[in-house]
Design a protein around this ligand. Structure first.
Ligand code: ADP
Length: 381
């Protein structure tokens, strides 16, 4: 029988050939995807848009101790229960894979998986959605065993904590002896007094640095005690400002505190919040505008939370430095130029403290115009 021609002269045989070629291509690409997944050295889990596991590679099977058949067609949160870093069950909605399916964005997190034999292990993973017509149609999770890195991190934090403790004692005696020497006025010349002053300033800087190291290692090791009590925010900020009065006067910084219309009582840890505010305020003074330095502090209260803003008209944070600003030890070039001494630990500490207090911290900044830092915390009352 003769093939009937279509209007543009394509025969039925041509169409069948094209169909076959397309089928082959799709089979080829499936084989290729499977080969790719199985060759990846990290664990790979593929889920559909409902979170049902459709594919896992051999590394996943090796790491988790399940057979492939025990995982395929299972709902991921049920098949692989996860815990947060404190060992609590991670709620389903907080699972990175479900978040990436909901938001359509890749999510990277450290979490803890349970193996088939019940043992726990830390994983570092990314869940990335794959999209069709703008909608997530599934996600691919790539993860690796993070236990060793966690142990190394912990050992490092333990070392910093121990070393800082050990350094504190001799430093306290140095400062005490400097204090005593200053009383012996008749025996020391003005030149020596000058040297003593310099030693004292350096020792105090070192004491501050060691204090920061200790606080950071406590935070990193999850050993920081949090004692929330009801506090008046106004009072807490006023106390901070009087502590910084000498520094702000010395640098001729005008400070304005815009108080809330009704006083705000919040349940939080006053020592931790004071520490975060202290770091932000000292930065606002240190990175001030040299001509007419000004700082405005404001508290805005909402039903469930409150936001404290600290605005300065100082040197600002250059655009390219902004993504790194909360990283440990990071300092922007303009800050190094304006203020030689600095550790790059203050903001890292602020971020950690605010996270411990279940809040958020962020900023707006423009170079040579100024910076505003914001801390939002729950009222919890
Ligand atoms: P340090 O101030 O000791 O360098 P921080 O961790 O407190 O360390 O701050 C990190 C960096 O963030 C600073 O070096 C500076 O580049 C930038 N920064 C922080 N606060 C301000 C501010 N108010 N104005 C301009 N830059 C700031």
């Amino acid at each position: 029988m003769k093939n009937k021609s279509t209007s543009n002269n394509i025969t039925k045989t041509d169409l069948l050939k094209k169909l076959k070629a397309a089928e082959n291509k799709s089979q080829e690409s499936e084989v290729f995807s499977r080969a790719l997944i199985s060759s990846i050295g990290d664990g790979v889990i593929v889920v559909n848009e409902y979170g049902i596991i459709t594919e896992v590679n051999q590394t996943t099977v090796d790491l988790l101790g399940y057979k492939k058949s025990e995982l395929i067609n299972e709902w991921l949160p049920r098949a692989l229960p996860a815990k947060d870093k404190d060992g609590n069950d991670l709620p389903t909605t907080e699972r990175p894979v479900l978040q990436s399916l909901i938001t359509g964005l890749p999510i990277t997190a450290v979490s803890t998986y349970t193996r088939k034999d019940g043992t726990l292990f830390h994983v570092y993973g990314t869940a990335a959605p794959f999209m069709l017509d703008g909608k997530p149609r599934g996600a691919i999770i790539i993860f690796r065993d993070y236990t060793h890195e966690m142990q190394v991190e912990n050992a490092k934090d333990e070392f910093v904590s121990l070393a800082s403790h050990q350094l504190r004692t001799p430093l306290t005696s140095i400062l005490l002896y400097i204090g005593l020497a200053k009383y012996e006025e008749e025996f020391i010349s003005s030149e020596v007094r000058n040297y003593l002053k310099k030693i004292e300033v350096s020792a105090e800087n070192m004491q501050q640095l060691i204090g920061d190291f200790l606080d950071i290692s406590k935070l990193d090791l999850g050993r920081l005690d949090v004692h929330p009590i009801p506090i008046s925010l106004e009072e807490l900020i006023d106390n901070q400002l009087s502590e910084l009065l000498a520094l702000s006067n010395e640098n001729k910084v005008e400070i304005k505190f815009i108080k809330p219309t009704a006083s705000v009582v919040a349940k939080t840890d006053p020592a931790l919040l004071s520490q975060a505010l202290h770091n932000l305020l000292t930065n606002a003074i240190r990175y001030r505008c040299k001509q007419t330095p000004k700082i405005i502090i404001e508290v805005k209260s909402e039903a469930a939370d409150y936001t404290i803003s600290i605005k300065d008209n100082g040197i600002g944070i250059p655009k390219k430095a902004q993504p790194m600003i909360f990283q440990r030890l990071y300092r922007a070039d303009n800050a190094i130029e304006a203020e030689n001494s600095g550790t790059g630990l203050g903001l890292y500490l602020v971020k950690k403290v605010v996270e411990v207090l279940e809040g958020t911290v962020w900023f707006d900044s423009e170079e040579n115009a100024g910076t505003t830092f914001y801390i939002r915390l729950p009222r919890n009352t």
